[in-house]
Design a protein around this ligand. Structure first.
Ligand code: ATP
Ligand code: MG
Length: 816
């Protein structure tokens, strides 16, 4: 390759350039949000290619979310990068590991692993301290095959449930969900069953590790893996096969990792194995944005980088290019409440711009309504700001159940939106059934898929018939599909069910044949070392047509057509949507892989859409306009983090707040509601303690519409503080008695600093609870006077409705 332009270097600042141009040896870029870490990382990829240090496919770039991986690719497109060259290995840990594991699945064999000595010096001495020398297998003789299935959490739990029941313990008390969490936790730490420390042996009624071992065996029997296995298996393979590891160490000449602060131990071990040779590893992160501790991420990984990779070049970036000064200052003021942080300076040259906006609402639905209206106003440019496209705007929620209110509202007003990583399209019943069919067609030994669909639609195969199939399969050591075959041959099943089962098996066989041709067509084309062979058998029709055929001929579509429930039409639409999406993939297998990895649920059509996602999913992204709803104690920070002793959980929530605010470029609106229905129960809410931590000079308080004749406006007059207080106090939100009760409680909650010195934005401690004789207003019964107070119930003499006992939260004080 001749000289190519290095234009991608021109718009980097000196610190970024240094990080980009230091190509060899370990580099750590440690810097705050929006300082151009990801941008520099991308420039580095471009630079490696342009300077001829590595071919694109010799570069391994790890991103945290699939969305970020996609963004990375878009960013690469604007670098002088040859679009026809093979792409770098770019994606999440999981996406990359799936690709690797498909190549080497057969090395996950119980026998081969068990035969390895438990300890044997590893060629990479650097790995000794993390126990990489230990080899652990599950014992036995099975092995994984390259067409393994990736289980989702539903399948995983169903499997665990079977094991728990078989072990004879009360599955209601010791739930599959709990065990799944435990096993994930172990896998995050790269603990295979033999490696779970003795200290954890008592877990799950003393049989946690035993069930873990059984589970792994079952997975092998099913030719399946779960998410955690993707990483753990690769680490196991690399540890057991130093020669193979060495090949990959040579192959991946340069390794780059974004969002390094969120790697867990297993991912970290995987990285260190791969980088162990040349040590050309560049990690990028921000300790203040470590938000996956609950999933086993270790912020310590970033802090020990210099120790792990002696001589590492550490680059710090301080200029923020994303956000306006108010947004940056508010984010900084919140995160400074954390004790455990490295601390860094951030500055920006951006113009001052808008202050953060803060608004309180009566309840969650009103909050959603207001945000919907606000988005429409911002689109029209009627807020005195430039008009924004829906694509410029995102709503970031703490908990996914918050999304429902927005989805409902936006559907009502016809505001296009997309949910990223939300209530997943792919988790809907009909989609999962359809995918069950696709799974069985691509992998006939996928017993979980077989179980799911063999009698959906009804084929006259009741519990008895299915048990028979199970037994025959077990006795013969075959898959359920083959078990069913044997059962029919042996005339173990007769009548209508038998005829239908036989038809079903014939269909699966026929479709499998077609799917196999689709799959081989693409695998061959993908491998550089395989000569293209034009005599390959051709599939009679495309995988999209195959999918249609499967759903129609199996009777699955018809089942919903005949269904009279109100959901049925929607389900049929979803199935159509599913089939239309297949076009983006080479074959069913590729699609299934995508679904198991990607949780993005993007709607079709390219009109601009507002994005709705969790704060966790928003990491690394940026939008001109951000809405942060539900800033209420118990929701954000989460109840769990507040109940925990110690600061760990709360500090992670605060980092989440920091991540949220720093996603905004120009406008950031924080909101909260006084009442919220959580899992069907109304609850009074208290504004988040993080609101108190916002620097008040960067915040403007908005008045909810409807208070002053539907007006909209910011607090005005007096100091900001008093303006905020008085306006806030005037909103009906604060007159909710439940709210007051919580206020009273709030005054004795632990705070890291005295309230007065924290620049309290809203000081609600003045509010008092209801008293006898007080005049109040009730939503349904109108005005009245309190006769008695009993817990959360009030006895009231209403002017018109007479004496009634009512729930306090529906009562407001008309004089406040
Ligand atoms: P986060 O911590 O949130 O992941 P980050 O450090 O990865 O943030 P980037 O997303 O790379 O930051 O960059 C933030 C924004 O700043 C992007 O829009 C990017 O294009 C822009 N930017 C980064 N560096 C520069 C620069 N030197 N000049 C101009 N704009 C820049
Ligand atoms: Mg980034």
């Amino acid at each position: 390759a001749g000289m190519r332009s290095t234009a991608y270097l021109d718009d980097l600042n000196p610190a970024q350039r240094e990080a980009v141009e230091t190509l060899d040896g370990p580099v750590l870029m440690l810097a705050g949000a929006g300082t151009g870490k990801t941008k520099a990382l991308m420039a580095r990829v471009a630079h490696l290619i342009t300077t001829g240090r590595a071919r694109p496919d010799e570069i391994l770039a790890v991103t945290f979310t699939n969305k970020a991986a996609k963004e990375m690719k878009t960013r690469l497109a604007v670098t002088p990068y040859d679009v026809n060259a093979p792409l770098p290995w770019m994606g999440t840990f999981h996406a990359i590991c799936v690709k690797l594991l498909r190549r080497h699945a057969e090395l996950i064999s119980e026998k081969a692993l068990a035969a390895q000595p438990k300890t044997q010096p590893h060629p990479n001495a650097v790995l000794e301290d993390i126990g990489a020398n230990e080899r652990v297998g599950w014992g036995g003789g099975l092995h994984l095959k390259s067409n393994f299935t990736i289980l989702d959490s539903d399948d995983q739990q169903r499997l665990l449930k079977q094991l728990i029941t078989a072990a004879g313990i009360d599955e209601k008390r010791w739930t599959a969900r709990q065990l799944a969490g435990l096993i994930d936790h172990w896998k995050n730490r790269c603990w295979t069953p033999g490696k779970v420390p003795a200290a954890e042996a008592a877990s799950f009624n003393n049989i946690g590790t035993e069930l873990y071992e059984q589970y792994q065996r079952r997975l092998l029997e099913l030719n399946a893996v779960d998410f955690g296995d993707l990483i753990v298996h690769m680490v196991t393979i690399f540890q057991a096969h130093p020669d193979l590891l060495a090949q990959y160490q040579r192959w991946f000449k340069y390794i780059l990792v974004d969002e390094y602060q969120d790697t867990n131990v297993a991912q970290y071990m995987w990285l260190r194995l791969l980088a162990g040779g040349h040590k050309n590893i560049c990690c990028v992160g921000d300790d203040d944005q470590s938000i996956y501790g609950w999933r086993g991420a270790e912020v310590g990984n970033i802090l020990r980088f210099e120790k792990d990779f002696p001589g590492a070049k550490v680059v710090r970036l301080e200029q923020n290019y994303r956000s306006t000064p108010h947004i940056l200052a508010a984010a900084t003021s919140v995160i400074s409440g954390n004790e455990n942080r490295l601390g860094k300076t951030l500055w920006t040259q951006a113009e001052e711009g808008e202050k953060l906006r803060l608004i309180g609402h009566w309840d969650g639905d009103e909050e959603a309504r207001w945000i919907g209206d606000e988005i429409e106003a911002l689109e029209k440019g009627t807020r005195g700001l430039r008009p924004y496209s829906a694509d410029d705007m995102a709503i970031l929620v703490r908990a996914s159940h918050q999304m429902r209110a927005f989805e409902d509202r936006f559907l009502t007003i016809g505001l296009p939106y997309k949910v990223i990583g939300g209530p997943r399209f792919y988790e809907r019943l009909e989609i999962r059934d359809a995918m069950g069919y696709f799974r069985l067609v691509t992998s006939p030994a996928d017993d979980l898929a077989f179980e799911r669909i063999v009698n959906t639609p009804k084929r006259g195969l009741g519990d008895k018939a299915r048990q028979k199939i199970q037994m025959v399969a077990r006795a013969n050591g075959t898959s359920l599909l083959d078990g069913a075959r044997i059962l029919l041959q042996d005339k173990g099943l007769t009548g209508k069910g038998a005829a239908q089962l036989s038809l079903f098996i014939d269909q699966i066989d026929r479709w499998h044949e077609v799917a196999r041709l689709h799959a081989t067509a693409t695998t061959l084309a993908d491998e550089d070392d395989v000569v293209m062979d034009d005599d390959r058998p051709q599939a009679p029709f495309s995988h999209v047509e195959l999918a249609e055929q499967i759903l129609d001929e199996s009777g699955y579509t018809e089942m919903w057509q005949n269904d009279k429930t109100p959901e049925a039409p929607g389900r049929l639409e979803n199935l159509k949507e599913l089939v239309s999406q297949l076009d983006n993939f080479d074959n069913l297998q590729g699609f299934l892989e995508h679904v198991s990895l990607v949780m993005d649920n993007e709607q079709s059509g390219d009109e601009p859409k507002v994005s709705i996602m969790t704060l966790h999913a928003a990491k690394g992204l940026e939008f001109p306009v951000i809405f942060l709803p539900g800033w209420e104690d118990g929701l954000f920070p989460s109840q769990r983090s507040m109940d925990e002793s110690g600061l760990k959980g709360l500090e992670e929530e605060r980092r989440l707040a920091y991540v949220g605010i720093t996603r905004a470029e120009e406008l950031c609106t924080i909101s909260f509601a006084g009442n919220r229905r959580v899992f069907g129960q109304w609850q009074s809410q208290l504004p988040s303690r993080f609101i108190d931590e916002l620097s008040e000079e960067d915040v403007e308080v908005l008045t909810p519409p409807g208070l002053y004749g539907g007006g909209y406006g910011a607090a005005s007059g007096g100091s900001v503080q008093s303006g905020m207080e008085s306006r806030m106090a005037e909103t009906n939100v604060y007159n909710s008695p439940g709210w007051r009760r919580m206020q009273a409680r709030a005054s004795d909650r632990p705070v890291s600093q005295p309230r007065e010195t924290r620049g309290s934005v809203i000081d609600m401690t003045a509010a008092s609870a209801h008293t006898v004789g007080e005049r109040v207003f009730h939503q349904k019964f109108g005005y009245g006077e309190i006769l008695g107070v009993e817990g959360d119930k009030l006895e009231i003499a209403f002017d018109k409705a007479g004496v009634k006992k009512v729930v306090a939260k529906f009562v407001t004080n008309p004089d406040d």
